[in-house]
Ligand binder design. Structure first.
Ligand code: EPZ
Length: 419
C-alpha cells in the first residue's frame, strides 16, 4: 500500500508548472475516435486516467502510443469494435465519452456503466436524453448501456441540469449527425471549450462553446489532427490554495490561463491572500492567517466543486467561521471526517459545511476517499504540526501529475512510501 508521508509546517516557495487538463484530456482521447485516421494529442498529464484510456484504446484495436513527453499518438484506422467488454471502463467516469464517440463512428455501442470518484449519485440521464433526441435507442440491461441508431439527426436539446459530461458527449455525438444540433443550458467549463476546439480542428463545425448555447452543424467526415490540451484549471487552483494555506508561502504557478481561475483568485483575495497575475502565471503570497469566507460551488464561471475540498482546508485554519455550500455533488464532504482527525472543527448538515477556523491542524493518519479529497488531505498535511500519512493515494494518482515531486520542489517535506 502506497502512502504519502508529510512533515508539516514548511511554507511553499518557488515555481511550479501546471500540466495539461485532466478533464479535457479524458474527453479528447475518446473524441479522437471520430476520425479513422491519425491524431496526435500533446500536453497530456502523466496521470492514471490517461494511462487507463490509452489501454482501453489499445484494447479495442486502436494503436495508441503514449510518449514520455505527454504526447499520445492514436491511429484508429484499425478500430472495429463497438462492444466494449474491457473492465477498465469502470475505472474512470470519463469512459462515458466512448458512448458518444463509438455511437457516431459505428451507429451502435455497448459498454458497462462507467466508474469514477464516489462523490454522490452520478446519473447519466442527460447524456441518454441527448442520444435519444438525436434518434438513438438506448437500453440499460444487466449493467450494460446499449445504444443503437440507424442515423443520427440534429435536434434542439435543452439540458435539465448543467452537465459537463452530457454537454461534451452530445457535442461529440452531434458532430456527424444530419443537420443542426443546438444544446441549450450547456456547461461552459474551459474543458468544454477545449473539446469543441479539438473537434473543430478535426473538421467539425461547433460554435458557441463557452456560452450556454452550443450549435453543431453535422459534417460528413472528420479527419486526424494535432492538438495541444489546455493547462489544468483545477491543478492550478490546488497549488494556489496550497501556497495560501501555509503562512510565509510565495509560489509562482506557471503555464495557466488566468481567466479560468478568476473565481479562485477572487476568493483568495477576499481571504486576504496576495494574488498577482502576470501573463500566463500567477503568484500567490501568504503573509499570515487568512480570513474566513463563504463558498458556494457552482458550474463555471462559479467556484468549482473540484476545489471545494482543497479550500475547506484553508478555511479550517482561517480566522472566523465560514460556510461552504456544495451544490453539485451531495457526497463531496467525505474529506471532512478525515480533517476532523487532524483537529479541524467542521460540522456538515446535508449540503452545507460550517467551518470554525482553528489556529492549527495536527498531523494524523488519514485516507483519501476520492481524488480531490486526497489533494485536500495532502494540503492539510503540509500545514499540520508533525507527521501526516495519507493512504489510498491511488485516487490522487488518477488526476495529479507527480503531486509529491512538484510539492517537494516547492520545499515541502513529502515522500511516497510503500508499506
Ligand atoms: C465532470 O463530471 C468532472 N469529471 C468532475 O470532475 C466535476 O466535478 C464535474 O464535471 C462538475 O464540474 C470529468 O470531467 C471527467 P456533471 P461530470 O455532468 O461530467 C448532475 C474531478 O475531481 N447530472 O457536470 O460527471 C450531477 O448529478 C471530477 O476531476 C445529472 O443529473 O459532472 C451533478 O449534480 C470529479 N444528470 C451535476 O449534474 C446527468 O446526466 C453536474 O454533473 C449528468 C449530471
Amino acid at each position: 500500500m502506497e502512502k504519502l508521508v508529510i512533515e508539516g509546517g514548511k511554507p511553499l516557495k518557488g515555481r511550479v508548472r501546471i500540466s495539461g487538463a485532466k478533464n479535457a484530456a479524458v474527453a479528447i482521447i475518446p473524441a479522437a475516435l471520430l476520425a479513422d485516421d491519425k491524431c496526435r494529442i500533446e500536453n497530456l498529464p502523466a496521470i492514471r486516467d490517461v494511462l487507463v484510456l490509452r489501454d482501453i484504446m489499445n484494447g479495442i484495436g486502436v494503436k495508441a502510443e503514449l510518449k514520455e513527453t505527454g504526447t499520445l499518438e492514436l491511429d484508429s484506422s484499425g478500430l472495429d469494435c463497438w462492444n466494449i467488454e474491457n473492465g477498465l471502463v469502470k475505472e474512470l467516469r470519463a469512459s462515458y465519452y466512448l458512448l458518444g464517440a463509438l455511437l457516431t463512428r459505428f451507429g451502435r455501442v455497448t459498454m458497462p456503466y462507467p466508474g469514477g470518484c464516489d462523490i454522490g449519485v452520478r446519473p447519466i440521464d442527460q447524456h441518454i436524453k441527448g442520444f435519444r433526441a438525436l434518434g438513438a435507442d438506448v437500453d440499460i440491461e444487466h449493467g450494460l448501456i446499449k445504444i443503437r441508431a440507424d442515423r443520427l439527426v440534429g435536434k434542439q436539446i435543452f439540458l435539465d441540469v448543467v452537465s459537463v459530461g452530457a454537454t461534451i458527449n452530445i457535442m461529440i455525438a452531434a458532430t456527424m449527425a444530419e443537420g443542426i444540433t443546438v444544446i441549450e443550458n450547456a456547461a461552459k467549463e474551459p474543458h468544454v471549450v477545449d473539446v469543441a476546439n479539438f473537434l473543430n480542428s478535426m473538421g467539425a463545425e461547433v460554435k458557441g462553446a463557452g456560452t450556454d448555447v452550443i450549435r453543431i452543424k453535422g459534417v460528413k467526415q472528420l479527419h486526424g489532427t494535432n492538438y495541444m490540451v489546455i493547462p489544468d484549471q483545477i491543478e492550478a487552483g490546488t497549488y494556489m490554495i496550497a501556497a495560501a494555506t501555509i503562512p510565509g508561502g510565495d509560489v509562482v504557478i506557471e503555464n495557466i490561463i488566468p481567466k479560468h481561475l478568476e473565481s479562485i483568485t477572487a476568493k483568495l483575495i477576499e481571504m486576504g491572500i496576495d494574488v498577482r497575475e502576470n501573463g500566463d502565471s500567477v503568484r500567490v503570497i501568504s503573509r499570515g492567517r487568512p480570513r474566513s469566507t463563504d463558498i458556494k460551488t457552482l458550474p463555471y464561471p462559479g467556484f468549482p466543486t473540484d476545489l471545494q475540498q482543497p479550500i475547506t482546508v484553508l478555511l479550517s485554519v482561517a480566522e472566523g467561521t465560514s460556510m461552504i455550500t456544495e451544490s453539485i455533488w451531495e457526497g463531496r464532504f467525505k474529506h471532512v471526517d478525515e480533517l476532523k482527525r487532524m483537529g479541524a472543527d467542521i460540522k456538515v448538515e446535508g449540503r452545507v459545511a460550517v467551518v470554525e477556523g482553528i489556529g492549527k491542524l495536527s498531523g494524523a493518519s488519514v485516507y483519501a476517499t476520492d481524488l480531490r479529497a486526497g489533494a485536500a488531505l495532502v494540503i492539510a498535511g503540509l500545514i499540520a504540526e508533525g507527521r501526516t500519512e495519507v493512504g489510498d493515494i491511488y485516487h490522487i494518482d488518477r488526476g495529479y501529475e507527480q503531486l509529491e515531486d512538484k510539492l517537494r520542489c516547492l520545499g515541502a517535506d513529502i515522500c511516497r512510501t510503500n508499506t
